[in-house]
Design a protein around this ligand. Structure first.
Ligand code: AHR
Length: 508
């Protein structure tokens, strides 16, 4: 493959918003129960949360965690999860056909987040519930002592308000699978009403309206426009959700998934601009990519259909914390996750928050065994390295790379890259992916006028077998290794093997 030239311009696009390194904890499968929380585990703390998992969450570098769903939130009664645990009801969770014990609720989650120094981002139920319950939850979570629900929180052991800043107004309300799904017009009106009432309680809240559940939804585009026409001036963010997977043996298209993410963000940003212009509004709505990841949804949907067929004969059991979508990630999946992070950073002028879905066990970078170990999936590594090393400001970065053919996206640049500049540390970070399935990629990065002369650290994520995975018996099979890289005459040079992702920090 010919050399790729990456040109780093000394031109900031936007700050590296720390909220880009968010994650997601849903009451789904074994994300909460048996994931972050397992009271009988040898590492459990006084609240029943696994400290081995907490150590990995810290290492992952997560900054924000969206909670408690996801589809789960659309049937959730937040009151079930507060107060004395022995009085909390067991309920059926209709979203995931599970039993919810409510052992973990808002106060426990917020304490867990506080211990880790991560910002909680809460979703309100706009499926089975609405405005009144959203306002009650806001008072319970954020109210100063002195009114009924804030006092209830105090009585339940949390004197200080949780001070949650970011609130999602429902979840995937366009999806027919969503409990209480709505039309765009219905949802837009509801979101505007709920947002404007929540702002009466606190005008500084940051509110997220639901965008489409994916760019493949038949209403994608129209949904965004209609919702924003109703709610534009009442909300701060519009959400995007996207999951990518390899279809059959088409690794080339899968590796180029970020081409789709780029287009998705550009399209939604254009819709935001269109509505803003039509309204003549001074207000800017930003994007919250609050669910993104690699997820084998084809396998999940086939499994769902099989279970429904069985249920037609024998009713499906309602179980506690079933094993749901515990995808085991491959080296190739980690390369795609790294490339999606490049896309999110490139769009930091529009995307101000993002959450990888989810955090533990459920399509997650961290996996656990009950009573046993917790380990890093392959996808842990690009996230942890990016969260640690992409700092300061995103710089405009040009890439002149040869194309690779892909069945889904046509010709796609084999190499993609983005750079950040941390003025305080005097260091630049270059994140780069080689999406070729077969060829090495020699890369030259023109560092322009940046005052850097040496490589500070350089990490390569690659395995000769793109299908290699990590597991409790081989936790480090796929892990970053040092990358040979050097700076000479203002240019950084290295060569990437096929199907690989790398990050290089250069300094003075
Ligand atoms: O992350 C898993 C599920 O995917 C979430 O509950 C839902 O919002 C999305 O469809």
């Amino acid at each position: 493959m010919r050399e790729t030239l990456v040109t780093v311009h000394d031109e900031p696009v936007a700050p590296v918003h720390r909220r880009l390194f968010g994650s997601f904890v849903e009451h789904m499968g074994r994300c909460v129960y048996g994931g972050i929380y397992e009271p009988g585990h040898p590492s459990a703390d006084g609240d029943g949360f696994r400290t081995d998992v907490q150590d990995l969450v810290r290492e992952l570098g997560v900054t924000t965690v969206r909670y408690p769903g996801g589809n789960f939130v659309s049937g959730y009664r937040w009151e079930d999860g507060v107060g004395p645990r022995e009085r909390r009801p067991r309920r059926r969770d209709l979203a995931w056909h599970s039993i919810e014990t409510n052992e973990v609720g808002l106060d426990e989650f917020a304490r867990w987040a506080g211990r880790l120094g991560v910002e909680p981002m809460l979703a309100v139920n706009l499926g089975t519930r609405g405005l009144a319950e959203a306002l009650d939850l806001l008072e319970y979570a954020n109210g100063e002592a002195g009114t009924a629900l804030a006092d209830l929180r105090v009585a339940n052991g949390t004197p200080e308000p949780h001070d949650v800043r970011m609130w999602c107004l429902g979840n995937e309300m366009d999806g027919p699978w969503q409990i209480g799904a709505r039309t765009a017009d219905e949802y837009g009106r509801l979101a505007a009403r709920v947002a404007s009432a929540m702002r009466r309680a606190d005008s500084t809240l940051e509110l997220v309206a639901c965008g489409s559940s994916s760019a493949q939804m038949p209403t994608f585009g129209t949904w965004e426009r209609v919702v924003l026409e109703q709610a534009y001036d009442d909300v701060d963010f519009l959400s995007l959700h996207a999951y990518y997977q390899q279809h059959g043996d088409d690794l080339a298209s899968f590796l180029a998934s970020a081409v789709d993410m780029d287009r998705f963000v550009d399209t939604v940003a254009a819709t935001v601009d269109e509505v803003r212009a039509a309204r003549g509004s001074d207000h800017q709505v930003y994007l919250s990519f609050d669910e993104w990841n690699v997820w084998d949804q084809v396998a999940f949907n086939a499994d769902e259909q099989a279970q429904e067929a069985v249920a037609a004969q024998t009713p499906r059991e309602w179980t506690l914390a079933p094993h749901l979508i515990e995808d085991t990630y491959r080296a190739a999946d980690a390369v795609v996750v790294g490339s999606l992070l490049i896309s999110l950073l490139r769009h930091a002028d529009r995307v101000h928050a993002a959450c990888q879905a989810q955090l533990v066990n459920v399509i997650a970078p961290i996996r656990t065994e009950p009573g046993g170990p917790a380990w890093r999936q392959t996808t842990f590594h690009p996230f942890a390295l990016t969260a640690r090393l992409a700092r300061g400001a995103v710089l405009r970065t040009g890439t002149d790379a040869p194309d690779v053919p892909t069945a889904r996206f046509g010709p796609a640049p084999a190499v993609d890259a983005v750079a950040t500049w941390d003025a305080a540390a005097g260091a630049a970070t270059v994140l780069v992916v080689n999406r070729s399935v077969s060829d090495e990629a020699p890369v030259r990065v023109d560092l322009g006028g940046l005052p850097v002369a040496r490589v500070v650290e350089a990490h390569l994520l690659h395995d000769d077998d793109p299908d290699a995975t990590n597991g409790p018996d081989r936790p480090d099979r796929v892990a970053p290794r040092p990358l040979a890289a050097g700076v000479e005459d203002g240019a950084l040079r290295f060569t990437l093997p096929p199907v690989s992702w790398a990050v290089v920090v250069v300094g003075a």
